[in-house]
Design a protein around this ligand. Structure first.
Ligand code: AHG
Ligand code: MN
Ligand code: MN
Length: 335
């Protein structure tokens, strides 16, 4: 059974950048994931459930585990000499890492949603972490700038997530397929359990918060009706956890579509482009699926600011293409 480290070394020729830096990036990610996993597993017994009483930059209620996960990742990246800056859902501005003589050598930029699915923390439902990695654009000799973080998703060199579910799984891509590793908590090691993850041909699941139905654009409403129609392989099954990581993971394994559209209340949707949609979109495409804002490819969107939101659709290629058709029809009808 391959460990994550062995797998990276075995596949070193497939990664364009240095294997050593990839190993160091993963060393930080694994360390933080294990620390968070431990807290998640005993959340009901400790002081880690509930709110911090603080509203984060998103205007959302910050949970204690959001804050804990954010801090653990920052500390973990600081302890390994590989990253120069991090942007997190839980911090308004980007954070500089590496105040030492080696700062000039750290060229990796990390964007992170430290704890995804916060509303599920207190009720023992799957939550996750999402990460996205780029190479800095600015010269090593000058300070990092916001442009280093505002890169298009198609520039990502690594993305992935950790799902703290019935087991803890780390899934990543560097542009050579999607691979999943399950944590064996008794030894604290991630082992290869899901090589070459790929959306199956079957169209099975649609995932959307249907409570917002009345606020959805017409094209989305029509697509929901289409999913429920008794025809061909439909009706599809509705499944919605409310943790993007969990909903995506299930849909990639079983075949399905995840939708968080714009609504009358949030014209840009809810999910954040840089540390939720782009990393999941990179994985989606690597798994043979499609990720779109309804009209265009997520990975080609030019980011304008750190906490930018976008409507988000991802999943099985044929299902996402079908929804895009529904949206196009409505756009043309409104012309
Ligand atoms: P986060 O906990 O990082 O703020 O993300 C929550 C996101 C996403 O994971 C999930 O799919 C979505 O919000 C759920 O939103 P609704 O409760 O509006 O359906
Ligand atoms: Mn999230
Ligand atoms: Mn979050």
């Amino acid at each position: 059974m391959y460990t994550l480290g062995e797998f990276i070394i075995e596949n070193r020729d497939r990664f364009t950048y240095s294997t050593e830096s990839l190993l160091r990036l993963f060393s930080s990610i694994k360390l933080a994931a294990k620390a968070i996993n431990k807290e998640v597993n005993k959340a009901g017994l400790t002081e880690k459930i509930g709110s911090t009483g603080i509203t984060n930059v998103q205007g959302e209620n910050q949970q204690k585990l959001d804050n804990f996960a954010h801090k653990v990742f920052i500390e973990s990246f600081k302890s390994r000499n590989v990253v120069c800056g991090i942007a997190s859902e839980e911090s308004k501005d980007f954070i500089l890492i590496g105040e030492n003589e080696n700062i000039g050598q750290n060229k990796y930029i990390v964007l992170i949603d430290p704890l995804d699915g916060s509303s599920n923390i207190d009720v023992n439902v799957s939550i996750g972490t999402i990460f996205s990695v780029y190479i800095r654009k600015s010269s090593m000799q000058i300070d990092l700038s916001i442009e280093d973080f505002l890169q298009k998703g198609n520039q990502q060199i690594l993305s992935g997530y950790i799902i703290y579910g019935s087991s803890t799984i780390l899934v990543y891509t560097t542009g050579n397929g999607v691979h999943g590793f399950t944590l064996d908590p008794s030894v604290g090691t991630f082992y290869l359990s899901h090589p070459n993850l790929h959306f199956p041909k079957i169209e099975k699941i649609y995932s959307i918060n249907e409570g917002n139905y009345e606020r959805f654009p017409k094209g989305i409403k029509n697509f929901i009706k289409y999913c429920q129609e008794k025809k061909e392989s439909r009706p599809y099954t509705a499944r919605y956890i409310g943790s993007l990581v969990g909903d995506f993971h299930r849909n990639m394994i079983q075949g399905g579509i995840y939708i968080y559209p714009q609504t009358a209340h949030s014209p840009n949707g809810k999910l954040r482009l840089l540390y939720e949609c782009n990393p999941i979109a990179f994985l989606t495409e690597q798994a043979g699926g499609k990720a779109s804002d309804g009209k265009k490819r997520i990975l080609d969107i030019e980011p304008l600011y750190l906490h930018q939101r976008t409507p988000f659709i991802c999943g099985s290629f044929s299902m996402v293409s079908k929804l895009e058709e529904f949206i196009k029809i409505e756009t043309n009808n409104n012309k």
